[in-house]
Design a protein around this ligand. Sequence first.
Ligand SMILES: Cc1cc2nc3c(=O)[nH]c(=O)nc-3n(C[C@H](O)[C@H](O)[C@H](O)COP(=O)(O)O)c2cc1C
Length: 364
Amino acid sequence: MLFDKFDNGAVSFANRVVMAPMTRCRADHADAMPNDLMVEYYRQRAGAGMIVSEGLPVSDRARGYLGTGALWNGTQAAGWRRVTNAVHAVGGKIFAQLWHCGRIAHSALHADRSAPAGASTKAAAGCQTWIIDAEGKPVMADCEAPVALSTEEVRGVVKEFMLAAGLAKLAGFDGIEIHGANGYLLDQFRCPVLNDRKDEYGGTLENRYRLLLEVVDACAKIYAPGRIAVRQSPYGSFNDMAVDPEPLVTYPWLATELAKRGIGFLHVFDQDGDWIHDPAHPLMAALRAAYKGALIACGGFDREKSEAILARGQADLVAIGRPFIANPDLVARMRGKLPLAQWDEATFYTGGEKGYTDYPALAS
Ligand SMILES: Cc1cc2nc3c(=O)[nH]c(=O)nc-3n(C[C@H](O)[C@H](O)[C@H](O)COP(=O)(O)O)c2cc1C
Protein backbone atom coordinates (compact mmCIF):
# COMPACT_ATOMS: atom_id res chain seq x y z
CA MET A 1 0.00 0.00 0.00
CA LEU A 2 2.86 2.36 0.77
CA PHE A 3 3.77 2.61 -2.89
CA ASP A 4 0.19 2.82 -4.14
CA LYS A 5 -1.24 5.96 -5.64
CA PHE A 6 -3.26 8.27 -3.39
CA ASP A 7 -6.22 10.23 -4.73
CA ASN A 8 -8.85 12.11 -2.72
CA GLY A 9 -10.63 13.67 -5.68
CA ALA A 10 -8.93 17.04 -5.19
CA VAL A 11 -5.29 16.00 -5.39
CA SER A 12 -3.36 12.83 -6.19
CA PHE A 13 0.10 11.55 -5.25
CA ALA A 14 2.18 8.80 -6.88
CA ASN A 15 2.72 7.05 -3.53
CA ARG A 16 1.84 7.38 0.16
CA VAL A 17 5.22 8.55 1.41
CA VAL A 18 5.13 12.23 2.37
CA MET A 19 8.33 14.17 2.95
CA ALA A 20 7.76 15.79 6.36
CA PRO A 21 8.19 19.57 6.66
CA MET A 22 11.77 20.46 7.62
CA THR A 23 13.20 23.88 8.29
CA ARG A 24 16.75 23.91 6.94
CA CYS A 25 17.68 27.60 7.24
CA ARG A 26 19.30 27.92 3.81
CA ALA A 27 17.67 31.23 2.80
CA ASP A 28 19.08 34.72 3.22
CA HIS A 29 17.33 36.25 6.23
CA ALA A 30 17.03 39.68 4.62
CA ASP A 31 14.67 38.64 1.81
CA ALA A 32 13.70 35.10 2.94
CA MET A 33 13.81 34.06 -0.72
CA PRO A 34 14.20 30.50 -1.94
CA ASN A 35 17.52 30.31 -3.77
CA ASP A 36 19.06 27.92 -6.34
CA LEU A 37 20.28 25.57 -3.62
CA MET A 38 16.75 25.22 -2.24
CA VAL A 39 15.34 24.59 -5.73
CA GLU A 40 17.87 21.77 -6.13
CA TYR A 41 17.16 20.31 -2.65
CA TYR A 42 13.45 19.96 -3.31
CA ARG A 43 13.98 18.70 -6.88
CA GLN A 44 16.20 15.93 -5.55
CA ARG A 45 13.45 14.78 -3.15
CA ALA A 46 10.50 14.91 -5.55
CA GLY A 47 10.19 11.09 -5.51
CA ALA A 48 8.08 11.54 -2.37
CA GLY A 49 4.37 11.15 -3.08
CA MET A 50 4.10 14.67 -1.71
CA ILE A 51 6.59 17.07 -0.12
CA VAL A 52 5.51 19.37 2.68
CA SER A 53 7.81 22.39 2.41
CA GLU A 54 9.83 23.74 5.29
CA GLY A 55 7.74 26.01 7.54
CA LEU A 56 7.12 29.28 5.69
CA PRO A 57 6.51 32.27 7.99
CA VAL A 58 3.40 34.13 6.87
CA SER A 59 4.76 37.54 7.89
CA ASP A 60 7.96 39.11 9.12
CA ARG A 61 6.73 38.93 12.72
CA ALA A 62 5.86 35.26 12.23
CA ARG A 63 9.58 34.51 11.94
CA GLY A 64 11.36 32.73 14.76
CA TYR A 65 14.61 31.55 13.20
CA LEU A 66 17.37 32.92 10.99
CA GLY A 67 17.30 32.08 7.31
CA THR A 68 13.90 30.49 6.89
CA GLY A 69 12.36 30.86 3.44
CA ALA A 70 9.04 32.70 3.74
CA LEU A 71 5.86 33.58 1.92
CA TRP A 72 4.46 37.02 2.56
CA ASN A 73 5.14 38.88 -0.71
CA GLY A 74 5.01 38.37 -4.46
CA THR A 75 8.78 38.21 -4.88
CA GLN A 76 8.96 35.29 -2.47
CA ALA A 77 6.05 33.63 -4.31
CA ALA A 78 7.96 34.01 -7.59
CA GLY A 79 10.94 32.35 -5.89
CA TRP A 80 8.80 29.44 -4.70
CA ARG A 81 7.40 29.10 -8.23
CA ARG A 82 10.88 27.95 -9.24
CA VAL A 83 10.75 25.27 -6.55
CA THR A 84 7.27 24.02 -7.46
CA ASN A 85 8.20 23.99 -11.16
CA ALA A 86 11.28 21.89 -10.41
CA VAL A 87 9.27 19.41 -8.32
CA HIS A 88 6.46 19.20 -10.88
CA ALA A 89 8.92 18.72 -13.75
CA VAL A 90 9.96 15.38 -12.25
CA GLY A 91 6.43 14.29 -11.36
CA GLY A 92 6.30 15.33 -7.69
CA LYS A 93 3.76 17.26 -5.63
CA ILE A 94 4.46 19.90 -3.00
CA PHE A 95 2.40 21.64 -0.29
CA ALA A 96 3.51 24.86 1.43
CA GLN A 97 3.64 24.67 5.22
CA LEU A 98 2.29 27.99 6.53
CA TRP A 99 3.82 28.96 9.84
CA HIS A 100 3.68 31.52 12.61
CA CYS A 101 6.30 30.95 15.31
CA GLY A 102 4.54 33.11 17.89
CA ARG A 103 6.54 33.25 21.13
CA ILE A 104 9.36 31.07 19.74
CA ALA A 105 11.13 34.15 18.42
CA HIS A 106 13.31 37.14 19.17
CA SER A 107 12.81 40.79 18.21
CA ALA A 108 16.20 40.78 16.41
CA LEU A 109 14.64 38.51 13.77
CA HIS A 110 11.94 41.05 12.93
CA ALA A 111 12.61 44.01 10.62
CA ASP A 112 10.71 46.38 12.93
CA ARG A 113 12.21 44.81 16.08
CA SER A 114 8.71 43.85 17.25
CA ALA A 115 8.58 41.50 20.24
CA PRO A 116 7.43 37.92 19.67
CA ALA A 117 3.65 37.57 19.26
CA GLY A 118 1.95 35.48 21.95
CA ALA A 119 -1.36 33.96 22.94
CA SER A 120 -0.32 35.30 26.36
CA THR A 121 2.73 36.96 27.89
CA LYS A 122 4.17 33.64 29.11
CA ALA A 123 7.72 33.10 27.85
CA ALA A 124 9.05 29.79 26.55
CA ALA A 125 11.47 28.72 29.27
CA GLY A 126 14.73 27.22 28.11
CA CYS A 127 14.07 27.84 24.40
CA GLN A 128 16.70 29.46 22.23
CA THR A 129 17.05 30.62 18.65
CA TRP A 130 19.82 32.02 16.44
CA ILE A 131 20.03 35.77 15.89
CA ILE A 132 22.63 38.10 14.37
CA ASP A 133 24.51 40.11 16.96
CA ALA A 134 25.65 43.75 16.70
CA GLU A 135 28.82 42.66 14.83
CA GLY A 136 26.80 40.67 12.30
CA LYS A 137 27.72 37.26 13.71
CA PRO A 138 25.14 34.51 14.34
CA VAL A 139 24.70 33.83 18.08
CA MET A 140 22.24 31.79 20.13
CA ALA A 141 19.82 33.82 22.22
CA ASP A 142 16.95 33.00 24.56
CA CYS A 143 13.52 33.42 22.99
CA GLU A 144 12.11 36.66 24.35
CA ALA A 145 8.91 36.98 26.36
CA PRO A 146 6.02 37.58 23.98
CA VAL A 147 3.48 40.38 23.93
CA ALA A 148 -0.08 39.02 24.02
CA LEU A 149 -1.82 39.73 20.71
CA SER A 150 -4.89 41.95 20.97
CA THR A 151 -8.16 40.52 19.63
CA GLU A 152 -7.75 42.74 16.57
CA GLU A 153 -4.20 41.51 16.03
CA VAL A 154 -5.39 37.89 16.23
CA ARG A 155 -7.78 38.66 13.38
CA GLY A 156 -4.81 40.14 11.54
CA VAL A 157 -2.99 36.81 11.88
CA VAL A 158 -5.92 35.11 10.12
CA LYS A 159 -5.51 37.58 7.25
CA GLU A 160 -1.78 36.87 7.09
CA PHE A 161 -2.42 33.14 6.68
CA MET A 162 -5.01 33.86 4.00
CA LEU A 163 -2.61 36.12 2.12
CA ALA A 164 0.10 33.46 2.35
CA ALA A 165 -2.33 30.84 1.02
CA GLY A 166 -3.02 33.14 -1.95
CA LEU A 167 0.71 33.50 -2.54
CA ALA A 168 1.14 29.73 -2.26
CA LYS A 169 -1.40 29.31 -5.02
CA LEU A 170 0.38 31.90 -7.13
CA ALA A 171 3.62 30.02 -6.52
CA GLY A 172 2.08 26.79 -7.83
CA PHE A 173 1.94 24.77 -4.61
CA ASP A 174 -0.46 21.82 -4.92
CA GLY A 175 -1.88 22.56 -1.51
CA ILE A 176 -1.04 23.99 1.89
CA GLU A 177 -0.38 22.63 5.35
CA ILE A 178 -1.36 24.84 8.27
CA HIS A 179 1.27 24.39 10.98
CA GLY A 180 -0.75 23.87 14.12
CA ALA A 181 1.89 21.76 15.90
CA ASN A 182 5.13 21.85 17.89
CA GLY A 183 4.44 24.75 20.23
CA TYR A 184 4.19 27.50 17.61
CA LEU A 185 1.50 30.18 17.58
CA LEU A 186 -1.56 28.11 16.66
CA ASP A 187 -0.53 25.38 19.11
CA GLN A 188 0.10 28.04 21.78
CA PHE A 189 -3.52 29.16 21.42
CA ARG A 190 -4.73 25.54 21.83
CA CYS A 191 -2.82 25.05 25.07
CA PRO A 192 -4.99 25.59 28.17
CA VAL A 193 -1.91 26.22 30.33
CA LEU A 194 -0.42 28.88 28.10
CA ASN A 195 -3.58 30.50 26.79
CA ASP A 196 -5.01 32.66 29.59
CA ARG A 197 -6.96 34.96 27.29
CA LYS A 198 -10.26 36.45 28.30
CA ASP A 199 -11.52 37.15 24.76
CA GLU A 200 -13.18 34.70 22.36
CA TYR A 201 -9.79 33.12 21.59
CA GLY A 202 -9.28 31.80 25.15
CA GLY A 203 -11.07 29.63 27.70
CA THR A 204 -13.07 26.73 26.24
CA LEU A 205 -11.62 24.25 23.77
CA GLU A 206 -13.78 25.79 21.07
CA ASN A 207 -12.33 29.22 21.85
CA ARG A 208 -8.74 27.98 22.00
CA TYR A 209 -9.13 26.34 18.58
CA ARG A 210 -11.01 29.36 17.17
CA LEU A 211 -7.87 30.91 15.67
CA LEU A 212 -6.80 27.69 13.95
CA LEU A 213 -10.28 27.12 12.55
CA GLU A 214 -10.58 30.71 11.37
CA VAL A 215 -7.27 30.22 9.58
CA VAL A 216 -8.58 26.98 8.05
CA ASP A 217 -11.78 28.69 6.89
CA ALA A 218 -9.87 31.64 5.44
CA CYS A 219 -7.47 29.35 3.57
CA ALA A 220 -10.40 27.26 2.28
CA LYS A 221 -11.49 30.36 0.37
CA ILE A 222 -8.25 30.05 -1.58
CA TYR A 223 -7.60 26.31 -1.85
CA ALA A 224 -10.18 23.55 -2.20
CA PRO A 225 -10.55 21.93 1.26
CA GLY A 226 -9.25 18.67 -0.19
CA ARG A 227 -5.91 20.40 -0.79
CA ILE A 228 -5.52 21.58 2.81
CA ALA A 229 -3.67 19.78 5.60
CA VAL A 230 -3.58 20.68 9.30
CA ARG A 231 -0.67 19.53 11.45
CA GLN A 232 -1.00 18.66 15.15
CA SER A 233 1.43 17.15 17.67
CA PRO A 234 -0.63 15.35 20.34
CA TYR A 235 1.27 14.63 23.60
CA GLY A 236 3.99 17.00 22.40
CA SER A 237 6.08 19.04 24.83
CA PHE A 238 8.63 20.57 22.42
CA ASN A 239 9.09 24.34 22.81
CA ASP A 240 8.19 24.31 26.51
CA MET A 241 4.64 23.14 25.98
CA ALA A 242 2.55 21.46 28.66
CA VAL A 243 1.14 18.18 27.31
CA ASP A 244 -2.56 18.62 26.56
CA PRO A 245 -4.49 17.42 29.63
CA GLU A 246 -7.25 15.75 27.57
CA PRO A 247 -5.77 14.56 24.28
CA LEU A 248 -8.57 12.07 23.65
CA VAL A 249 -11.05 14.94 23.80
CA THR A 250 -9.01 17.75 22.26
CA TYR A 251 -7.72 16.17 19.06
CA PRO A 252 -10.86 14.22 18.10
CA TRP A 253 -12.82 17.47 18.66
CA LEU A 254 -10.59 19.22 16.13
CA ALA A 255 -10.80 16.22 13.77
CA THR A 256 -14.61 16.49 13.84
CA GLU A 257 -14.44 20.20 13.01
CA LEU A 258 -12.04 19.55 10.13
CA ALA A 259 -14.29 16.76 8.86
CA LYS A 260 -17.28 19.14 8.82
CA ARG A 261 -15.27 21.39 6.53
CA GLY A 262 -14.07 18.60 4.23
CA ILE A 263 -10.42 19.31 5.02
CA GLY A 264 -8.28 16.81 3.12
CA PHE A 265 -5.53 15.90 5.56
CA LEU A 266 -4.93 15.71 9.30
CA HIS A 267 -1.21 15.33 9.89
CA VAL A 268 -0.42 13.76 13.25
CA PHE A 269 3.13 14.06 14.53
CA ASP A 270 4.27 12.01 17.52
CA GLN A 271 7.33 13.94 18.69
CA ASP A 272 8.67 10.92 20.58
CA GLY A 273 8.05 8.40 17.80
CA ASP A 274 6.43 6.25 20.46
CA TRP A 275 2.66 6.07 21.01
CA ILE A 276 1.85 6.27 17.30
CA HIS A 277 3.51 2.87 16.75
CA ASP A 278 1.43 1.15 19.42
CA PRO A 279 -1.53 -0.52 17.68
CA ALA A 280 -3.46 -0.45 20.98
CA HIS A 281 -3.04 3.27 21.59
CA PRO A 282 -6.53 4.81 21.35
CA LEU A 283 -5.75 8.16 19.70
CA MET A 284 -5.35 7.22 16.02
CA ALA A 285 -8.51 5.08 16.21
CA ALA A 286 -10.38 8.00 17.80
CA LEU A 287 -9.14 10.35 15.06
CA ARG A 288 -10.14 7.84 12.40
CA ALA A 289 -13.65 7.66 13.86
CA ALA A 290 -13.97 11.47 14.02
CA TYR A 291 -12.33 12.40 10.73
CA LYS A 292 -13.33 11.71 7.15
CA GLY A 293 -10.20 12.95 5.34
CA ALA A 294 -6.80 11.29 5.06
CA LEU A 295 -4.66 10.79 8.17
CA ILE A 296 -0.93 11.36 7.82
CA ALA A 297 1.18 9.75 10.55
CA CYS A 298 4.68 11.00 11.39
CA GLY A 299 7.43 10.26 13.89
CA GLY A 300 10.11 7.57 13.58
CA PHE A 301 8.71 5.71 10.57
CA ASP A 302 10.73 3.31 8.43
CA ARG A 303 9.39 1.02 5.71
CA GLU A 304 8.21 -1.68 8.10
CA LYS A 305 6.47 0.68 10.51
CA SER A 306 4.92 2.61 7.63
CA GLU A 307 3.45 -0.54 6.14
CA ALA A 308 2.23 -1.63 9.58
CA ILE A 309 0.26 1.55 10.31
CA LEU A 310 -1.28 1.58 6.82
CA ALA A 311 -2.16 -2.12 7.12
CA ARG A 312 -3.94 -1.61 10.42
CA GLY A 313 -5.92 1.26 8.90
CA GLN A 314 -4.73 3.92 11.36
CA ALA A 315 -3.22 6.15 8.68
CA ASP A 316 -3.53 6.71 4.93
CA LEU A 317 -0.11 8.27 4.39
CA VAL A 318 3.16 8.34 6.32
CA ALA A 319 5.38 11.40 6.62
CA ILE A 320 9.11 10.83 6.95
CA GLY A 321 11.56 13.52 7.99
CA ARG A 322 15.20 12.89 8.82
CA PRO A 323 15.73 9.91 6.47
CA PHE A 324 14.78 12.25 3.59
CA ILE A 325 17.61 14.57 4.56
CA ALA A 326 20.25 11.90 3.94
CA ASN A 327 18.43 9.96 1.21
CA PRO A 328 17.09 12.18 -1.57
CA ASP A 329 15.85 9.02 -3.34
CA LEU A 330 14.26 7.64 -0.17
CA VAL A 331 11.15 6.22 -1.84
CA ALA A 332 13.19 4.29 -4.41
CA ARG A 333 15.41 2.94 -1.64
CA MET A 334 12.43 1.90 0.49
CA ARG A 335 10.74 0.29 -2.47
CA GLY A 336 13.88 -1.69 -3.35
CA LYS A 337 14.69 -2.43 0.33
CA LEU A 338 18.07 -0.81 -0.31
CA PRO A 339 20.38 0.50 2.41
CA LEU A 340 19.79 3.99 3.79
CA ALA A 341 22.41 6.67 4.46
CA GLN A 342 22.52 8.22 7.95
CA TRP A 343 21.76 11.91 8.42
CA ASP A 344 24.21 14.28 10.09
CA GLU A 345 22.48 16.40 12.71
CA ALA A 346 25.37 18.85 12.78
CA THR A 347 24.40 20.22 9.34
CA PHE A 348 20.62 20.42 9.79
CA TYR A 349 20.61 24.22 10.09
CA THR A 350 24.13 25.34 9.20
CA GLY A 351 23.51 26.86 5.79
CA GLY A 352 25.15 26.00 2.48
CA GLU A 353 25.33 22.88 0.41
CA LYS A 354 27.02 20.61 2.95
CA GLY A 355 24.51 18.23 4.51
CA TYR A 356 21.81 19.69 2.27
CA THR A 357 22.18 18.96 -1.45
CA ASP A 358 25.35 16.82 -1.30
CA TYR A 359 23.81 13.54 -0.11
CA PRO A 360 23.97 11.36 -3.25
CA ALA A 361 21.18 9.22 -4.65
CA LEU A 362 22.09 5.56 -5.11
CA ALA A 363 23.44 4.92 -8.60
CA SER A 364 20.69 3.28 -10.62
C1 LIG B 1 15.85 19.57 10.68
C2 LIG B 1 14.39 19.46 11.02
C3 LIG B 1 13.55 20.53 10.78
C4 LIG B 1 12.19 20.44 11.05
N1 LIG B 1 11.36 21.49 10.73
C5 LIG B 1 10.02 21.35 10.85
C6 LIG B 1 9.15 22.35 10.34
O1 LIG B 1 9.55 23.36 9.75
N2 LIG B 1 7.82 22.15 10.52
C7 LIG B 1 7.32 21.06 11.16
O2 LIG B 1 6.10 20.94 11.32
N3 LIG B 1 8.14 20.08 11.63
C8 LIG B 1 9.45 20.19 11.46
N4 LIG B 1 10.29 19.16 11.85
C9 LIG B 1 9.72 17.88 12.30
C10 LIG B 1 9.58 16.90 11.11
O3 LIG B 1 8.56 17.34 10.25
C11 LIG B 1 9.23 15.46 11.57
O4 LIG B 1 8.00 15.52 12.21
C12 LIG B 1 10.29 14.86 12.48
O5 LIG B 1 11.57 14.92 11.90
C13 LIG B 1 9.95 13.41 12.83
O6 LIG B 1 9.96 12.60 11.71
P1 LIG B 1 11.19 11.55 11.47
O7 LIG B 1 11.26 10.70 12.71
O8 LIG B 1 10.79 10.78 10.24
O9 LIG B 1 12.41 12.39 11.29
C14 LIG B 1 11.66 19.25 11.61
C15 LIG B 1 12.52 18.18 11.89
C16 LIG B 1 13.86 18.27 11.59
C17 LIG B 1 14.76 17.07 11.84
